[in-house]
Design a protein around this ligand. Structure first.
Ligand code: ADP
Length: 495
C-alpha cells in the first residue's frame, strides 16, 4: 500500500516532473514548448507536466517511425530478434514494476493493487507477443499447375496507437506488443489524462535495445495531437481504444487516406443469471466486474439480467455487498478509487441523477470515504433495480460504478435483453445447464462470452473486440497479430 504523499513521477527531463515526448529515440518537449499539467484524480494536486503536442510534433514522430521502418536495423531484423527485444522490454518493465505501478496509480487514481495488476497485465502482453513473434506462419495456396502461390504476413508499416486513460499500461501493452511483434513501427498517442507510464515504457524500450524511431510517443489533447495523427498520410494503420464518438471521428480521419483501423469502443456488457446459477460463485465476480477500476472499463459487467424467480435473492445479496463499498484515494487501496477527472465524475453523476429522477429503484449505495480529499473526483457506487430496458441507464455506457439489474422470464427474453443495446463486447451466462450454456453463448452478439465466470479485460490469450457499436478488429491472442499485419500474395510461375 502506498502512503501519501507518494512521489511517483516519470523521469525524462530535469527533476523528472517535466515529462517529454519520445521521438526518434530522444526525449523532446513539444516544439511549441507548451505543456499540460498532470494532476492526480485522488486529490487534484498537480505533480508533473506532459508536452502539449500538435501537428508539428506528430509530423516529427511519424517521420521517425517511417525512417525506422524503411531503413535501419529494425527493417532487417528477424522475427526471432524482434521477439527477443520484446522479452527484454518485458524484463525491463519487471525491473521497474514498483515505480510503474505507483506512477499508474497516481496518474489515473487507481487503487494501489490495480496499478500492480496493470503492470503485470502489460508484462503479459509483451511476454505473449514476444513468444508469438516468430510463430505466426503464412500460407501456401494450391494454385494452377506450374505455379506456387504464397500468402505472406507483412507489417502494415507505421502504426498509430491512440490509447485511453482507463488502462494505459495494459492497452499500451496489447497494442505495442502485437504491432512490434509483426515488425511495424509505432507512434503512440496516450490520453492527456494518463500519459506518464507510456512515456516511461518507451524509455524502457530504448534501454531494452529497440532501435531509435521504432517506439515513439507524442502526448497531448485528442483534437490537437490525436486528430493529426489519425489523419496523417504517412501512417499506415490506426488502432484506437476509447469512446464510440471519438472512434467515429478517428475512422473518418483515417478514411481520408483509406487506411485500415482497429476500433475497440466500449460496451454495455450483460451478466445473465438463470435460476440454477451458483450464486455463491457469481456474487463476488458480479461486484468486481463493475467496481474494478471504478467501473471505467470497456468490458465492465454493467448489466445484471436475472431470472425473475431469483430476482429478490440476487438483489438482496448484491445490495449487501454494494452498501459496504467505499471509494477512497488511490493510496488507501480501497474498493475503488476516484474517477479520472471532473468531466467523467459529472457524467456518471448525471446518469445516476437522471435514473433517480425517473423513479428507478435504488437498491443500494456505497459511500465516498470521509478522508477523500475535496479536490478528487469521487462517485459513490450505486445499484439500481427494476431498470427500464429502454432507458439510457440500460442502454448507454456509464463508465462508472453503476450497476443496473433487470428481471427476465425465460431464455428467449434473456437473450433478447442481452442483445438489446447497440454494444456487443463481453457477456456472461451463469447456469449449470450445459445445453443452455451453449445456446445462450451462441445467441449473444458479443466478442467474448464467459460461461460461469467473467473477465473484465483479462485474458491476454483471448481474442477481444466488438460486435455492433463496440467496434471491429480483434486485439489480444494471435488474432491481434493478424490485425497488425497485412496479407501479401506472391505468385511464382516456374513452369
Ligand atoms: P474521453 O472522452 O473519455 O477522453 P476518448 O475516447 O475521447 O475518451 O479518448 C481516448 C483517446 O482518444 C485519448 O488519447 C484522446 O486524446 C484521443 N482523442 C480524443 N479525441 C480525438 C480525436 N478527435 N482524434 C484523435 N484522437 C482523439
Amino acid at each position: 500500500m502506498l502512503t501519501k504523499p507518494d512521489n511517483a513521477y516519470t523521469r525524462t527531463v530535469g527533476d523528472g516532473r517535466r515529462a517529454t515526448n519520445i521521438i526518434g529515440g530522444k526525449p523532446v518537449p513539444a516544439r511549441s514548448g507548451a505543456t499540460i499539467d498532470v494532476a492526480s484524480p485522488s486529490d487534484g494536486a498537480v505533480f508533473a507536466s506532459i508536452p502539449r503536442s500538435d501537428g508539428a510534433d506528430v509530423d516529427a514522430a511519424v517521420a521517425a517511425a517511417r525512417a525506422a521502418f524503411e531503413t535501419g536495423p529494425w527493417a532487417r531484423m528477424s522475427a526471432l530478434e524482434r521477439g527477443r527485444l520484446l522479452f527484454a522490454l518485458h524484463d525491463k518493465i519487471g525491473e521497474n514494476a514498483g515505480e510503474l505501478a505507483a506512477l499508474e496509480s497516481r496518474d489515473a487514481g487507481k487503487p494501489a493493487r490495480q496499478g500492480v495488476a496493470d503492470v503485470n497485465g502489460a508484462m503479459r502482453y509483451f511476454e505473449f507477443n514476444a513468444g508469438a513473434a516468430d510463430k505466426l506462419n503464412g500460407d501456401q495456396i494450391p494454385f494452377l499447375d506450374g505455379y506456387t502461390a504464397l500468402a505472406m504476413r507483412e507489417p502494415h508499416g507505421v502504426v498509430a496507437g491512440i490509447i485511453p486513460w482507463n488502462y494505459p499500461l495494459q492497452i499500451l501493452g496489447r497494442v505495442a506488443g502485437a504491432a512490434l511483434a509483426m515488425g511495424n513501427t509505432l507512434v503512440i498517442k496516450p490520453a492527456e489524462d494518463a500519459s506518464l507510464t507510456t512515456i516511461r515504457v518507451a524509455e524502457l524500450a530504448l534501454e531494452a535495445g529497440f532501435p531509435e524511431g521504432v517506439f515513439n510517443v507524442v502526448t497531448g489533447y485528442g483534437a490537437e495531437a490525436g486528430a493529426p495523427l489519425s489523419a496523417h498520410p504517412d501512417v499506415d494503420y490506426v488502432t484506437f481504444t476509447g469512446s464510440p464518438v471519438t472512434g467515429t471521428a478517428i475512422q473518418a480521419a483515417a478514411a481520408i487516406n483509406n487506411r485500415g483501423v482497429t476500433m475497440e469502443l466500449g460496451g454495455k456488457s450483460p451478466q445473465i443469471l438463470f435460476a440454477d446459477a451458483d450464486l455463491e460463485a457469481a456474487m463476488p465476480v458480479l461486484v468486481n466486474a463493475i467496481i474494478q477500476n471504478g467501473g471505467q472499463t470497456c468490458s465492465a459487467g454493467s448489466r445484471i439480467l436475472v431470472e425473475r424467480s431469483i430476482h429478490d435473492t440476487v438483489a438482496a445479496q448484491l445490495a449487501e455487498r454494494f452498501s459496504a463499498l467505499v471509494a477512497e484515494p488511490h493510496w488507501a487501496d480501497g474498493d475503488l478509487g476516484p474517477l479520472v477527472n471532473a468531466v467523467q465524475a459529472d457524467r456518471v453523476a448525471g446518469f445516476v441523477d437522471a435514473a433517480k429522477a425517473a423513479g428507478t429503484p435504488v437498491l443500494a449505495e456505497g459511500q465516498v470515504s470521509g478522508d477523500a480529499p475535496a479536490g478528487g473526483h469521487y462517485v459513490a457506487p450505486v445499484l439500481f433495480g427494476g431498470v427500464d430496458p429502454e432507458s439510457d441507464l440500460a442502454r448507454q455506457e456509464v463508465f462508472g460504478p453503476v450497476l443496473s439489474m433487470l428481471a427476465f422470464d425465460g431464455e428467449d427474453e434473456a437473450i433478447r435483453l442481452a442483445n438489446a443495446t447497440d454494444f456487443g463486447l463481453v457477456a456472461a451466462v451463469w447456469t449449470r445447464d450445459g445445453g443452455r450454456q451453449f445456446r445462450v453463448a451462441r445467441a449473444i452478439r458479443s466478442g467474448q462470452v464467459f460461461v460461469n465466470c467473467y473477465g473484465a479485460g483479462g485474458g491476454v490469450e483471448l481474442p477481444f473486440g466488438g460486435f455492433k457499436k463496440s467496434g471491429h478488429g480483434r486485439e489480444k491472442g494471435l488474432e491481434a497479430l493478424r490485425d497488425m499485419s497485412a496479407t501479401k500474395a506472391i505468385i511464382f510461375n516456374h513452369g
